[in-house]
Design a binder for this molecule. Structure first.
Ligand SMILES: Nc1ncnc2c1ncn2[C@@H]1O[C@H](COP(=O)(O)OP(=O)(O)OP(=O)(O)O)[C@@H](O)[C@H]1O
Length: 282
């Protein structure tokens, strides 16, 4: 069963369009949703949550249409945006009362346990919290109606590496239950490398690929050498190229290249950069 399925999603603004966006998030897994600024990640997520009206396409959450079954579905989803969208004059204790009215399955005891675990003060107004604390509060709020799917839109952006690491651990803890799933949008690819099972890469409103992270990272290799040495590489294996100080760096599909070539292991960031800036896409 897929926690999320998107088929042929279209949405357009002046000067930007999501085109044929399709991918699936299998239940029990983490999908890293990656792409440069303005690629269409938030627009896709807002369409999934029906915060933006899609133009065309099908979106299924837990196998059900996201609009027809919106209320029922939303009680199984927790959402974290890059900012906390709650009244800034309230504190975490007041937010508990508010959330209890919104979600029938709101679990106050669990919420206060998370606040203690995350070291979020319950009496300080939201506007007095640091950015890291706000994100942790946002995660406590997203978790405390016991969702099955977390939808995270840049939850770690603007945070220092230590807080980011703590937050990633919270998500890994959530994934201990194998019925749970996460859609995790980020351009911090090292975070995705740590947590994601699958990577979906969006560029200019279109999906370039959506596949297992391990397969992705095994599929490619980086050749570094002179232009003469690189000329022996088969053209069909080349994904992208960039000029280095002493020659060229070329991302290739590893299994289409002779083992005689020494290839380095790429990161997700390398794959992204070669695709976008390596001369293959315009
Ligand atoms: N409500 C809107 N009205 C008009 N244009 C919009 C609206 N929302 C988003 N856009 C445009 O759609 C494009 C995609 O934006 P989106 O926020 O989905 O990108 P993103 O991949 O989430 O980027 P980032 O990583 O910077 O958050 C951008 O060009 C943006 O200006």
């Amino acid at each position: 069963m897929n926690a999320l399925e998107i088929h042929d999603l279209h949405k357009s603004f002046e000067g930007f369009a999501l085109k044929n966006v399709s991918f699936s998030l299998p239940q029990g897994t983490v999908m890293g949703f990656v792409g440069e600024n303005g690629a269409g990640k938030s627009t896709t997520i807002k369409c999934v949550l029906n915060l933006l009206k899609k133009k065309h396409g099908e979106i299924l959450l837990f196998g059900k249409d996201h609009i027809e079954h919106e209320l029922e579905i939303k009680s199984d989803i927790g959402v974290v945006f890059d900012d906390l969208h709650v009244p800034e004059v309230l504190n975490a204790t007041q937010l508990d009362k508010f959330m209890a009215k919104v979600f029938p399955n709101w679990d106050s005891a669990y919420y206060f346990e998370r606040l203690t675990q995350f070291k979020v003060p319950s009496k300080k107004k939201v506007k007095e919290l640091s950015r890291g604390m706000k994100m942790k509060l946002s995660i406590a709020l997203a978790l405390s109606h016991h969702p099955k799917l977390l939808i995270l839109d840049e939850p770690t952006s603007g945070l220092d590496p230590i807080i980011r690491d703590e937050i990633l651990d919270l998500f890994l803890e959530f994934m201990q239950d194998n019925t749970h799933s996460i859609l995790f949008s980020s351009h911090i690819t090292s975070d995705l490398e740590k947590i994601a099972d699958y990577i979906t890469f969006i560029h200019n409103g279109g999906i370039l690929f959506s596949q297992s992270k391990d397969v992705l990272l095994h599929e490619y290799g980086i050749f570094k050498g002179t232009i003469e040495e690189a000329s022996a590489l088969p053209e069909h294996a080349i994904v992208g190229q960039r000029n280095g100080a002493f020659g060229v760096e070329i991302l290739v599909r590893k299994y289409e290249v002779s083992e005689a070539f020494i290839l380095e292991k790429p990161s997700i960031e390398d794959v992204m950069l070669f695709y976008v800036k390596g001369g293959i896409l315009t």
